[in-house]
Design a protein around this ligand. Structure first.
Ligand code: SF4
Length: 257
């Protein structure tokens, strides 16, 4: 059996996505936002030794993990103490890629392709992007960071090829909503063409990525008017040619987050 473990490095975030309640409140767990202490991280990881179940680790729940002041140190330590996968079998990162410079990209690619652990330990970086143009990014994500995010993600993808790294695979995610649905095709075309140009296999998906390859992932929005949002998502996915028959009914069974 496997256990999915989210060790939340922080519940702070540096942007304010429309679709995220995290951006609407000053606290997320009944106390002011915080950053995880080093000793908490170290002891949490060491406490995984000897677990019978396979641990799938993600340093994120709410908030944006990469804005932790010691994010790089935390992640580097996790891999340094995991030879032979003694503490965790899989690792994945979710990020908005606002604070995602070249050194960080190089570090993550190096860790993902380092010997001494199963080759598919660091499987995925999930990039929450949700827009194509800077204007729509600013509207949907609540911050004028669209061009910066596109540069950061593209640099990461190119560096991964330059460094000869297979992993981590990238998920380019787009939560379909009224403010960005008209940009879904441009988003898909941009990232598909960039990845194909790098010689990568690319999936396009209406549901959580099922295969271990780079994937452009269109997610439905969780909202009060769920039927409307599912219908919008289904329409966009049909227009992109990636929706299976009856996609609306399948969505709720799969859940969107
Ligand atoms: S980047 Fe993530 S945590 Fe931050 S507001 Fe957007 S969805 Fe929420």
């Amino acid at each position: 059996m496997s256990i999915h473990l989210n060790l939340e490095l922080t519940d702070h975030c540096n942007i304010r996505c429309r679709m995220c309640s995290q951006s609407l409140r000053d606290e997320a767990h009944g106390v002011p936002h915080r950053f995880m202490a080093w000793e908490t991280w170290r002891q949490s990881l060491q406490g995984l030794a000897g677990m019978e179940d396979e641990v799938h680790l993600c340093p994120h729940w709410l908030g944006e993990p990469t804005i932790h002041p010691q994010f790089d140190r935390f992640v580097e330590y996790a891999f340094a103490v995991n030879p032979g996968n003694r503490l965790f079998r899989e690792f994945k990162l979710h990020t908005n890629a606002v604070v995602f410079g070249e050194e960080r990209a190089r570090l993550l690619i190096r860790l993902a392709n380092s010997p001494g652990m199963a080759a598919d330990t660091f499987r995925t970086v999930h990039f929450s992007i949700d827009a194509h143009s800077p204007a729509v990014y600013a509207d949907v994500k609540g911050a004028d960071r669209g061009a910066q995010v596109y540069r950061n993600v593209a640099r990461f993808l190119r560096l991964r090829e330059e460094l000869g790294g297979l992993r981590p695979h990238a998920t380019l995610a787009f939560v379909v909503q009224p403010g960005n649905a008209h940009e879904a095709r441009a988003f898909r075309d941009h990232w598909r063409d960039l990845l194909r140009g790098l010689g990568r296999e690319v999936d396009q998906s209406w549901d959580w990525p099922a295969r271990e390859v780079d994937t452009i992932y269109f997610r439905p929005l969780n909202a009060g008017n769920q039927e409307d949002m599912d219908a919008l998502h289904a329409r966009v996915c049909r227009e992109l040619g990636i929706a299976p028959p009856g996609v609306e009914q399948r969505l709720r069974a799969a859940e969107s987050f």
